[in-house]
Design a protein around this ligand. Structure first.
Ligand code: 13P
Ligand code: SF4
Length: 324
């Protein structure tokens, strides 16, 4: 495949070789989220979910982290590795869910609920994390909510579908911010139902940000899906389940980039997207050309200034203390 690079053209393997040389020269580690383009996942040192990537990067002796993901993920890496240089190959790689709440909005919400405990999903800006008591991810959110004393009011932000899922599994009432990710909210319960009718033996793998999660769990709870099993998990949890499950066919309700990793790790199994349209335009902004260019120029960098970094790290540390 020939791809254009600043007036020239290079094949994917030439770009991969250039990235490999620059990675060694810069002592860099390349992290890729599970939603990245297949060719980006293939050249990464580590592929995984949003938080585990940052935590693994903090443990390496690399001087530079190239974060192939979106802005809040690169910020989390910068917060956890303040001594490393964090590069995000395209600063336009944002997140529609993180954009649904600003630090000012959170401060205003907190002032209406004095004494409440704030739990923020990892898909938030560093400023929002700095205003939060706890951070959480889709894999540990339940443990974080259960660790908060019953009598304390909880403000949960910003994802309403994850919030509804947590209320269901913990039985806890919370104040939930009405944010959503446009990619996951767009996965229609009826699309999932159509796929399930076509493949009644398939196991359902759902990300809790999906608009379809509530409807699907409701139908399961009412015995509508006899014989179907269903797992709600973070992207890494979904990949793990795909490998470990005895099922051979899966309907996968999240961003389609994850199918590349599932096919790689569980080659004999069949993975069907709940919706072919579940494509995150922000994740797809990261390309091999941009990775090579950022390693050459050592920019764009993501820096989280103090005191925001320390305050945000406190919310991340509290989460890790509950669910390491
Ligand atoms: P994970 O933390 O499960 O990787 O999810 C991040 C994300 O952006 C989901 O859309
Ligand atoms: Fe954000 Fe949604 Fe993209 Fe995940 S899939 S990075 S939540 S816009």
């Amino acid at each position: 495949m020939a791809v254009a690079v600043a007036g020239t053209s290079a094949t994917a393997s030439e770009l991969a070789a250039r990235i490999g040389r620059l990675r060694r020269e810069r002592n860099a580690v390349i992290l890729a989220h599970n939603y990245q383009l297949p060719e980006v996942q293939d050249i990464a040192d580590i592929v995984g979910d949003s938080l585990n990537l940052s935590r693994q990067a903090a443990r390496t002796d690399a001087d530079v982290i190239v974060f192939c993901g979106v802005h809040f993920m690169a910020e989390t890496a910068a917060i956890l590795s303040p001594e490393k240089t964090v590069l995000l190959p395209d600063l336009e790689a944002g997140c529609s869910l993180a954009d649904t709440i600003t630090a000012d909005q959170l401060r205003a919400w907190k002032s209406q609920h004095p004494g409440a405990v704030v739990v923020s999903y990892v898909n938030t800006s560093a400023e929002v994390k700095a205003e939060s008591d706890y951070c959480c991810t889709s894999s540990n959110a339940e443990a974080v909510i259960r660790a908060i004393p019953e009598e304390r009011e909880i403000l949960f932000c910003p994802d309403m579908f994850l919030g509804a899922h947590l209320e269901r599994v913990t039985g806890r009432r919370m104040q939930v911010w009405m944010g959503e990710c446009h990619v996951h909210a767009g996965i229609d319960p009826d699309d999932l139902e159509t796929a399930r009718r076509r493949h009644p033996d398939a196991e359902l793998l759902l990300h809790p940000e999906c608009g379809c999660t509530s409807a699907t769990l409701y139908r399961l709870g009412h015995g509508d899906y006899q014989g179907s099993s269903c797992v709600v998990a973070s992207t890494e949890g979904m990949v793990r389940r795909a490998v470990e499950s005895p099922a051979t066919t899966f309907i996968v309700a999240t961003e389609v980039g994850i199918l590349h990793r599932m096919n790689l790790l569980a080659p004999g199994k069949r993975f069907l997207p709940a919706s072919e349209d579940a494509v995150c335009p922000y994740m797809k902004k990261i390309t091999l050309e941009k990775i090579a260019a950022c390693l050459e120029r050592m920019e764009p960098r993501v820096v989280v200034p103090e005191p925001v970094a320390s305050q945000a790290r406190r919310a991340l540390d509290r989460m890790v203390a509950i669910a390491p």
